[in-house]
Design a protein. Structure first.
Length: 391
């Protein structure tokens, strides 16, 4: 009889013990597979979401290159004394000849102006093209609707509270001109909460700035957004049109860091689970060897070599580990498919990958064999005479 058949026979004899070991390893493997599948899907969904948000490039007058890279900090301009320099949208036409123009997914011009209400409250008004702005601000959530006609305005959360204004209220701006509050932004926790938004064409007319803007926000979507944005900034500088491009790197780096930390966290948890599984397997095999001391003594008395004893125990461990790996993989994938939309709010579909299944089985066998190696060597070194005395 081959050593492998002897190992299988031993497993059949100890059905209850094997079943307990198998159950524990299946649960551990299923946990690892489910966690990996869910976290991988969440990571992919995060990357896709951030790719859609894209990398932002802010275009300003060249002498204002030292401004904040985000319009949310545009109030810094007050410290300059001379106000914010405006430029014509026509300058953007020159950029249409650049090699990267087709990679731009959104062009959001902005005009910044100071306003005051009839009660003397001052506020910062941002004129935007709402059709483009919603592409840039995919995270916006509003109560009501975006302005669709003249004399309509959108208020940030904090500004609406400061003005004591709500949906469909009327506020007076720019020397008594009346505006209907068509919507209120949900709280962002940033400067956006303190701004008022209206159609850029209307603000241009009110301020006598026809065709002029304070800045233009460009968005380059895709996972290569940062590299392409850097190339675009260089091309803008080479055109010498009086504009300076600045990449909003803080948001890009923050998103990248978030995804990387999330991936590292999931790997760390998986390593902890694998370590715990290895300890359980090693402890179980140690206990199993101790219980079978007499049986091992009989094998040694019958002429089985140390290598034979080690092989039998490792065959047993590999068989149980391989079976638990296969069952654990399918159990874990089933758990991930069912629980991912609930636990992680994952919308990305989780698919069964046969290659991952083989890797899981291989890892399970490797962990089981390595965890059983010390108990196997210890069993092989038992003195046959002392081992037989256990009967």
């Amino acid at each position: 009889m081959s050593l492998f058949k002897i190992a299988l026979a031993n497993l059949k004899i100890r059905k209850v013990k094997v079943l307990l070991i198998l159950t524990g390893m299946v649960l551990g493997t299923a946990t690892i597979v489910a966690m990996f599948s869910i976290t991988a899907a969440m990571e992919k969904e995060l990357r896709d979401h951030f790719d859609r948000l894209g990398t932002k490039v802010l275009l300003l007058e060249e002498q204002q290159e030292r401004f904040s890279v985000s319009y949310r900090g545009i109030t810094v301009a007050e410290d300059l004394g001379g106000g914010i320099s405006l430029f014509h949208m026509e300058k953007l036409e020159v950029l249409k000849g650049t090699s990267l123009w087709n990679n731009i997914s959104a062009i959001a011009p902005k005009l910044v102006a100071a306003g005051s209400t009839s009660r003397g409250e001052t506020l910062l008004v941002l004129g935007v093209d709402f059709s483009e702005e919603v592409k840039v601000k995919g995270y916006w959530s509003i109560k009501g609707r975006f302005p669709e006609a003249q004399n309509e305005i959108l208020l940030g959360k904090n500004l609406a509270e400061r003005l004591d204004a709500d949906l469909n209220d009327i506020i007076s701006l720019f020397d008594g001109k009346l505006f209907l509050v068509s919507g209120v932004l949900a709280e962002m926790g940033s400067q956006e909460d303190n701004l008022a938004y209206m159609a850029i064409e209307e603000l241009q007319q009110l301020t006598g700035s026809d065709g002029q803007v304070s800045m233009i926000e460009l968005v380059i979507a895709g996972d290569q957004g940062l590299e392409l944005a850097e190339q675009l900034v260089k091309e803008i500088k080479a055109k010498k049109i009086g504009l300076a491009g600045t990449i909003v790197k803080d948001a890009v780096e923050a998103r990248k860091a978030l995804v990387e930390r999330f991936a590292q966290f999931s790997k760390l948890i998986a390593m902890v689970v694998i370590l715990i599984g290895s300890l359980i397997m090693g402890t179980t095999m140690m206990s199993s060897v101790k219980e079978r001391t007499g049986e091992i003594g009989i094998f040694r008395a019958q002429g089985f070599r140390k290598s034979h004893i080690i092989s039998i125990i490792l065959y047993e461990a590999a068989t149980v580990s391989g079976l638990s790996g296969a069952l654990g993989y399918f159990a874990g994938m089933s758990l991930a498919i069912v629980s991912a939309p609930v636990i992680g709010q994952v919308q990305t579909g989780i698919t069964i990958n046969p290659l991952v299944g083989f890797l899981v089985i291989g890892l399970s066998v490797t962990v089981g064999v390595l965890a059983s190696l010390y108990p196997a060597v210890r069993a092989a070194n038992l003195d046959p005479v002392k081992a037989l005395s256990y009967f």
